[in-house]
Design a protein around this ligand. Structure first.
Ligand code: GLC
Ligand code: CA
Length: 548
């Protein structure tokens, strides 16, 4: 990040999954006028950047992450005029609009693909990744991230195309100069329209080796295997630098890459100043891997490692949630007995770290995972695929459903819970995905009126960041507590030091006396409803932030 870009250190980004945010016209689908109607709410929360998950024209195979018109708005979401109105209203409130940009692939219904698939000779023939069959089969045994082969046959060309995600998401061929020019032109068109940043989707797979058929992988699909060799290739970095040169750098916009990277060093390669790529990255970890392997100890280790690797040069996107992950309070906290304190605890922990905090819609009221009654109720294509895999592996339908419920990306995609009515006040019609029944207890309306709610905790944290240089810019030091689940840390600049303790467990933990020396004034506690911080023995999920 260059010096003149340091404004990004003052952002708090709110991510909207438009389909599930607010439905303005009763068709059961969230839309742009709906977001506009709720802008006062976001202003009250205090955020100053809005990341919209894709709102472009799309047949919705992957809810907008399959784009069929990059310069058009999805009909269900409204019109380009609605988008303009949203931009103007955001601008008035000092909220920057960040668009999701999906350019690893398009929809198979994009005119480029329709043309490309029609013959081997057409002008867009090279816009996608086409390969000849090998012995009448797929070119190799690469697996798609959403299940099955990553190759799909097209009789018109007598060839297969490559799709990292679903077969309705063919990968764009970045080796093709005309394609790159089109994409870059489209990005500049959006910046001209007033977009102030991009969150660039699935960016670490852009470059594809040209020698597929000679790959050492077995050519036949006797079991598919995941193409790890596609991750973070040098060619991908070169394409990102080209984007940077031709779009990002001249326009001073926020740029965030969603990357799957095998090491911390590789993550750093996307954000170091001299690399001229992104301002920050959102590391992608498979939800299942995260569910199976996370622990407080590991989270802390990751935070420390990435902090050390980038503190001299680099920046961090801080998030526990997004539209691909389980709800954070269900995954890392406790959505039963300790629901409220653990939701506040997670907020306080995350917002006490260096980096730009991201709030995913509904996180600010502690929305939880959901258990939809049948697999038919699930929309996420990867959930349906997983469920089938579980059945094939011999699980009973009940066990397969239970496992799919745990992992489904729909946990994060149920409608925003505005009030305690059956659809959570999200729509006057039937919501496209069932509302979590706990909207009766967990909703915006109740929490806005309650000064000790999770929502108010987020408001306080966001407000605190605006006035505290230590929170937005300070160095991080983890202090040794001798207890794995008890984190102690300081954030400090020359003018201010904050001290925070976070008990990441259901047990009590005592803060060692020496660490409390000169602790100072309590700024915030996750037990504010219970009267606040009351001494060195921290209760389950107790967080406290002091100003020294
Ligand atoms: C990213 C998105 C995810 C989408 C995938 C394919 O990982 O976050 O929602 O399914 O890319 O576009
Ligand atoms: Ca609607």
């Amino acid at each position: 990040m260059t010096e003149q870009k340091s404004w990004i250190k003052d952002l708090v980004v709110y991510q909207i999954y438009p389909r599930s945010f607010y439905d303005s016209n009763g068709d059961g689908i969230g839309d742009l006028p709906g977001i506009l109607q709720k802008l006062d709410y976001l202003e009250e929360l205090g955020i100053n950047a809005l990341w919209l998950s894709p709102v472009y024209r799309s047949p919705n195979d992957d809810n907008g992450y399959d784009i069929s018109g990059y310069q058009e708005i999805m009909e269900e979401f409204g019109t380009m005029e609605d988008w303009d109105r949203l931009r103007d209203a955001c601008r008035q409130k000092g909220i920057r609009v960040i668009m999701d940009l999906v350019v690893n692939h398009s929809s198979d219904e994009h005119p480029w693909f329709i043309e490309s698939r029609s013959s081997r000779e057409n002008p867009k023939s090279d816009y996608y990744i086409w390969r000849d069959p090998v012995d009448g089969h797929e070119p190799n045994n690469w697996a798609s991230a959403f299940g099955g082969s990553a190759w799909e046959y097209v009789p018109e060309r007598g060839q297969y195309y490559f799709h990292y995600f679903s077969k309705k998401q063919p990968d764009l061929n970045w080796a093709c100069q005309e394609l790159r020019d089109e994409v870059i032109g489209m990005m500049n068109w959006w910046v001209d329209k007033g977009v102030e940043g991009f969150r660039v989707d699935a960016i670490s797979y852009l470059d594809k080796p040209l020698d597929f058929p000679d790959s050492t992988l077995p050519p036949r699909p006797d079991g598919y295997s995941f193409p790890d060799c596609l991750i973070c290739r040098p060619g991908t970095h070169a394409y990102i630098r080209e984007m940077n040169r031709r779009v990002f750098a001249p326009r001073n916009i926020l740029t965030v890459g969603e990357v799957a990277a095998p090491t911390v060093e590789e993550l750093g390669n996307y954000v170091k100043t001299d690399r001229e790529e992104f301002d920050m990255v959102i590391p992608f970890v498979l939800p299942k891997t995260e569910i199976d392997t996370w622990s407080p100890k590991r989270l802390k280790k990751d935070i420390e490692e990435t902090y050390q690797a980038m503190k001299e040069d680099g920046w961090w996107a801080r998030f526990f949630s997004n539209h691909d992950k389980p709800r954070q309070v269900s995954l890392y906290g406790d959505d039963g007995e300790y629901w409220e304190v653990s939701a506040k605890f997670l907020a306080m922990f995350l917002h006490s770290l260096p980096g730009t905090p991201y709030v995913y819609q509904g996180e600010e009221i502690g929305m939880t995972n959901v258990k939809l009654p049948s697999i038919e109720d699930y929309d996420d294509p990867s959930t349906r695929d997983q469920y089938q895999q579980y059945l094939l592996s011999g699980m009973t339908p009940e066990a397969a459903l239970a496992q799919a419920q745990l992992e489904s990306r729909d946990n994060a995609r149920t409608p925003m819970q505005w009030d305690n009515s059956e659809t959570g006040g999200f729509t006057s019609g039937t919501p496209w995905l069932k509302t979590n029944p706990n909207t009766r207890e967990i909703n915006v309306e109740t929490q806005r009126r309650d000064s000790h709610s999770v929502y108010q905790c987020y408001r306080k944290l966001i407000a605190l960041r605006k006035e505290s240089p230590a929170l937005s810019r300070g160095d991080l030091v983890f202090l040794e507590t001798g207890q794995e689940d008890l984190f102690a840390l300081t954030r400090s600049t020359a003018e201010e030091t904050l001290l925070a303790f976070h008990n990441f467990s259901r047990q009590e933990h005592e803060i060692p006396a020496a660490l409390l020396d000169g602790a100072g004034e309590v700024l915030l506690s996750s037990y504010d409803r219970e009267g606040g911080y009351r001494g060195p023995v921290l209760r389950p999920y107790e967080s406290v932030i002091f100003r020294k």
